[in-house]
Design a protein around this ligand. Structure first.
Ligand SMILES: [Zn+2]
Length: 259
């Protein structure tokens, strides 16, 4: 492989890593927003329950006053009934007393219902506050974790960018421009490894003559895939990929021993 292509391969590796790190960084604001949203919902839940309790206490006060007011009225009519002169007036007052007593009974019923509700609201407020404490603890830990990760990824990105900058001076300007132009069109990937005489990105066949030249270190020619236009390079299998033969030998000898 030509030395400048080798450096381009390194540049591509750095660029792919930079893209990956950037997309991870881009995900953090959303993650943090979701954490804050969860916390806000927990707080809102407590507020809503507290409001319900306050409303119920207000209603209770109102119904208590209603009960008192109607009792007062009934008493007033009853007192009047002792002093009236005509039968008709007496009947009318009896009717008013009945009505007032009915109102007392209804107000007492509403009051009782509100008192029962109030107990439930009390329980609800306590439960919402308990939940909020858990949410605060969870979101606090999640926020801290996300922020620590964000800082680590940011640091990693800066290191990669510095590494990338160091590669640039050794890459010919026109080759770099070609690479960057192609990479911009292909989601940041401007290079394609040739494996089995085909473009590793799109599968297009590479003619044997080109393949031979790609394998040579002294060739000055740059080849691009005829189909996807990526800059081609010969993929040299790393020693790790040649290992399976050793493994096979091991299993073969194991088989021999077993039999
Ligand atoms: Zn291709």
């Amino acid at each position: 492989m030509q030395p400048e292509i080798k450096r381009l391969v390194e540049l591509q590796a750095a660029d792919s890593e930079i893209t990956r790190l950037r997309s991870r960084l881009n995900a953090f604001p959303q993650q943090l927003t979701e954490i804050e949203k969860r916390l806000a919902e927990g707080k809102q839940h407590v507020t809503a329950k507290k409001n319900s309790l306050t409303e119920s206490l207000k209603d209770r006060k109102k119904y208590e006053l209603d009960v008192e007011a109607w009792k007062e009225r009934a008493k007033k009519y009853r007192d009047q009934s002792f002093t009236v002169k005509t039968n008709e007036a007496y009947k009318a007052l009896q009717h008013e007393i009945e009505h007032a007593e009915k109102e007392v009974a209804q107000a007492e019923e509403r009051l009782l219902a509100r008192m029962v509700d109030g107990e439930q609201f009390d329980v609800d407020v306590k439960s919402a506050e308990h939940q909020l404490k858990e949410i605060e603890r969870d979101t606090g830990a999640a926020r801290q974790k996300a922020q620590a990760e964000q800082a680590a990824v940011q640091k990693e990105l800066e290191a990669k960018q510095a590494q990338r900058a160091q590669l640039l001076p050794d890459i010919p300007k026109d080759l770099l421009e070609t690479y960057e132009r192609i990479a911009a069109r292909h989601h940041g990937v401007g290079l394609a490894a040739v494996r089995d005489e085909a473009c590793g990105s799109c599968g297009m066949r590479v003619i044997p003559h080109t393949f031979q030249l790609l394998r040579r270190d002294d060739s000055k020619q740059i080849f691009q895939c005829e189909n996807c236009s990526r800059i081609l390079y010969y993929f040299e299998p790393p020693p790790a990929e040649a290992a399976p033969s050793g493994e096979q030998a091991n299993s073969a000898s194991a088989t021999t021993r077993d039999s």
